[in-house]
Design a protein around this ligand. Sequence first.
Ligand code: C2E
Ligand code: MG
Ligand code: MG
Length: 704
Amino acid sequence: MVWLSIATAIVVAYTFLNVASRIASASGRAAAAWLLGGAFSMGVGLWATHFITVLALELPIDPAYDLTKAVISFGISLAICALALTLGGRVTLTSAHFAVGAGIMGIGLWMMVHSGISGIRVAPPIDYEPALTVVALLMAVAASYAALWLALRFRRGESCGARLSRGVAALVLGCVIASIHYIGLAAAIIAPDAQSLPGTTLNNGWLSISLALFALGVMGATLIASAYEAYLARHVRSSMFTHDETGILRRDTLTNLPNRLALAEAAEEAIARAKRDGSTFALMVMNVDRLKTINESLGREAGDELLRELSQRLRSVLRRSDTLAHLAGDEFALLACDLKDPHDVERIVAKILDALRDPFFTRKIELHTSLSMGISLYPHDGTSFEVLLRRADVAMRASKEAGIGGYRFFTPDMVRLEGNRLALETELRRALELEQLELHYQPKVDVATGRVRGAEALIRWRHPTRGFLSPGAFIPLAEESGLIVPIGEWVLRRACRQLRAWLEAGLPPVRVAVNLSAKQFRQADLVAVVESALSESNLEPGYLELELTESAIMHDAEQSAATLQRLSTMGVHISIDDFGTGYSSLSYLRRFPLDTLKIDRSFIRDLLVNPDDVSIVRAIISLAHSLRLRVVAEGVETKEQLEFLRQLGCDQYQGLYYSPAVAPDAFAEIVRRNRSERPEYTEADMLKTQSRLSAYTPSRSTNA
Ligand code: C2E
Ligand code: MG
Ligand code: MG
């Protein structure tokens, strides 16, 4: 019977470590079920251990037992086990929880032993030896301490080693638990002449065996259930993450995260689980802001490196039960299950934002990146994966529109916006055929002489119902959908034809600048398109200027250099738009045949109030001049700004102060008026300036 009690105690200890590990890796209702079931089977086991030790006691008399005391001791046993599992199943324990918890468990264990022993009904009543009683109490507390420590230490892992250490831990812990019972029993002094009081007497042998069998049966069932669940978890995980064939299909090769397919499966499981236990979960779509710019300015490898680092950082702040997937390019998704309430999602968002606070070091360059996030909730926003994903995506875009680096929960009115977007794309596709697009022209003026030297062609969309749209409302959409390529080509041809028309109408010559988007610049036939636009309108290339952003050029610097060289050799002017806002180093300026830098209007805006902007503008101007580039200031709105720029030695300016972008006829009128006020300026003059400037080109290319 002694051996039987020790064996039972060891199984109790093993069950404890095992169920604690189940609880730690489950959440919500599953965790609660494991807690209740585990506490019951452990409670039965612990109590059986104790009762067998009492029955094992060989007394000269056949004592009677007080069954109420036995029931009380069973109740205490259940309570201790529930407490032990609650604490041992926590992901982390504060030291205060740990100490107080172990103390309560120890005292409970000791009380349980005592209430059991005091159930032996003899006269005179049982006396206790103080020293051994205290030893039993101390051992009970120490054992509880050890049990919790072991649970937190050994519960993880399904490897052979982990299971072996759990086994050894259970062996030791079981022996300690059994000894507490025996020491408690040893402390009990039963007088040699004690008489048994009337009451229930029990057949010790058979009762012990049936009790032990019952307890072992209950715990065995628990352990089998636990093993099955561990198997399932392992199986599901391995089908998603191992290197077998199906695994590769379910993993993103760049980040090694689950891909869309794996996410879909995880979501289906989450849906099934949520249906069963009425829980809720969130699907979040995250978009890496400005990845495109990083790819374009630092190269694709840098972008990839950033994505890898980003996914590791995200993974490290998320729970193991959360599925983080890499859907494509700059898009990640997160499946967060078993939420208590939607505020849990906000906590996750806070963790993610926190993880992005520190810069990333990609190729030794410090980069800050942000994520725009959209969230949909099951079952609130949808009951199928597709719907949830679509709505999270819609919410993400709404968040991005409101400013990058934020998050939004899905709301039904977003669908309308999204519908709008789709409709807009379709309409934009047709806008070209229906001739709803127009070019307006904004004068570029000499700072020193006040002469109009050129114009920037800026696109407008005369929409039949939405009104007169500025490029901000549809150019991003055109870029995303690829429509920018045909639209850009149309702009190029239209601008050339317009200039031809002006020249034929006798307007003094001006140079027309056209904006090229990055995608358009990368088209293999760009040079051919430019050539054909020029020849179609019978224009000299010197009349045309192309405006490109730094990031568009830096995307593939090698290829860009070749394209720019061809355009420049033809005689087309190249200018860098929004200069000062890109990520690039300045050394690229020497490598490309450039003519003009356009200082971004953000620097001009606060020129009079912000000394830093003055320094930047002054530096850009002197840099440009030392590289023999012309400088144009954008967004000049006041006389004071212009005066300042004059002092700083800026060559040309553009802005509302002189004129906004206007329709072609209005522009022609502006130029005529401008020229009648100023000395005559001929086509030959302009081409002369052009050839003088292009004479610098060879020296710059030698530098390169
Ligand atoms: P951008 O090339 O930097 O064009 C200058 C923008 O500044 C224009 O806005 C212009 O109207 C605005 N602007 C001019 N003067 C002032 C001023 O004094 N103050 C302020 N605050 N703004 C001023 P717009 O026309 O809305 O164009 C915005 C952007 O759209 C352009 O920026 C350009 O990047 C793009 N874009 C315009 N037309 C085309 C096009 O035909 N093709 C491509 N790819 N992009 C275009
Ligand atoms: Mg521009
Ligand atoms: Mg600009």
